[in-house]
Design a protein. Structure first.
Length: 391
């Protein structure tokens, strides 16, 4: 019925196809959408049914830990970051905070030292003036800080991150023998609509990552909220011996796995950190373009799944042309409904309320970001981080 009804419509669009090929197109489109909804449905179901294993007891006595923060021109954010570090529910005399000032041209170092004045733990703001081995940029800063750290546990975060008071203990309980990395959660927070859409995007994406991780398949570790043991870090040779990558956290994560260590991804409120949003579309595209480099290193089966997931909007357009706008709207509505269920589950698990009112706008945000990023990725420009460009 749809084939006959749509045939004149296609002719008006200037599209002429043999009826046999037209039928194949409809069949292929139906199969693709069936696979797409199956992937999202199964992912949502697995996320709803699977619970994180109960954490082990904390070590007794509590160990000394190191917090490593790379900072470059972060005068607007470093005070907020270090304020939350000072609020951690962990004996400060057991905490070593190392901030690497990567040739900042603003007041990053001054404000960092002011924020940590009279801190009961150990604090150092280290000027980074040279490169170590193959490391560049943020990886170089962390390579220096890891060399200076004096403990067995490295907690890594960014200058634009506010960690929760339970951050150290929330990650530490999962650092069992042969676990090399433990990764927490990050949620983008901000007052603007653009900020809130980024937050919804982040937590939905992390929910899907958690599903794959819970199945024992490594995906990635986030360098703004992670723990890596000294043993695992040194087994890789450190950042100074790893190939340079603009996604340095992913490169380190892969190297740790290659050394035979396991990993943990923790989707719990006690390790939920808050990140400042990207202030502009341009900076958001630069951020996502860097992330795409990490995606290119994922296993083929995961890349194939992401490709299928990213093909929804082209398929929706073809559906509107071939079958009709009404069918496309029904499919889009089903996507929003299912995605809303996943969003509600993700936010509920970390003790937050999902901004479900944003779901219609989120479709425009996702479509615009997907198209823009696809075009942006093709441009012959270098990757940029904090005012520096890298290949």
């Amino acid at each position: 019925m749809y084939c006959r009804a749509t045939w004149p419509t296609l002719r008006r669009w200037g599209i002429s196809l043999p009826l046999y090929n037209f039928g194949l197109m409809v069949t292929a489109l139906t199969l693709y959408l069936a696979v797409w909804f199956l992937i999202l449905s199964v992912s949502t179901l697995l996320f709803a049914l699977r619970r994180s294993p109960a954490p082990e007891p904390l070590p007794n006595p509590l160990p000394r830990v190191s917090i490593l923060i790379a900072a470059r021109n972060e005068e607007a954010a470093i005070g907020r970051c270090l304020h939350h570090i000072r609020q951690l529910h962990y004996p400060p005399e057991l905490v070593e905070v190392l901030v690497g000032d990567d040739a900042s041209s603003d007041r990053t170092r001054t404000l960092a030292e002011r924020a940590m004045q009279d801190y009961a733990g150990t604090f150092r703001c280290v000027p980074i003036t040279d490169t170590m081995g193959t490391a560049l940029g943020k990886a170089n800063v962390l390579a220096h800080l890891a060399r200076l750290a004096t403990t067995e546990y490295f907690f890594i975060t960014d200058a634009d991150i506010a960690v929760p008071t339970s951050w150290l203990t929330g990650l530490l309980v999962h650092a069992q023998p042969r676990v090399g990395t433990v990764t927490g959660l990050t949620l983008v927070e901000g007052p603007r609509l653009f900020d809130q859409l980024q937050g919804l995007d982040w937590l939905l994406s992390l929910g899907l990552v958690q599903v794959v991780s819970d199945l024992g398949r490594p995906v990635t570790a986030m360098g703004n909220n992670m723990l890596i043991t000294r043993t695992a870090y040194e087994a890789t040779g450190g950042y100074e011996r790893l190939p340079f990558s603009v996604t340095e956290d992913y490169e380190l994560f892969q190297a740790v796995l290659q050394q035979g260590f396991s990993f943990r991804n923790v989707f719990r409120p006690e390790v939920l950190a808050e990140s400042l949003p990207m202030p502009s579309v341009s900076l958001l595209l630069h951020q996502r373009r860097r992330w795409l480099r990490g995606v290119e290193g994922l296993p083929w089966w995961l890349q194939a799944g992401l490709l299928v997931y990213a093909g929804f909007y082209p398929a929706l357009l073809v559906l509107a042309l071939v079958v009709g706008p009404l069918a496309a709207l029904v499919v889009l509505g089903a996507k929003m409904l299912l995605q809303g269920v996943l969003a509600a589950l993700c936010f509920h698990r970390v003790g937050r309320r999902a901004p479900l009112r944003l779901l219609p706008l989120f479709e425009f945000y996702t479509l615009g970001l997907t198209v823009s990023l696809g075009l942006f990725r093709l441009l012959p420009i270098r990757f940029e981080w904090k005012g520096r460009q890298y290949k």
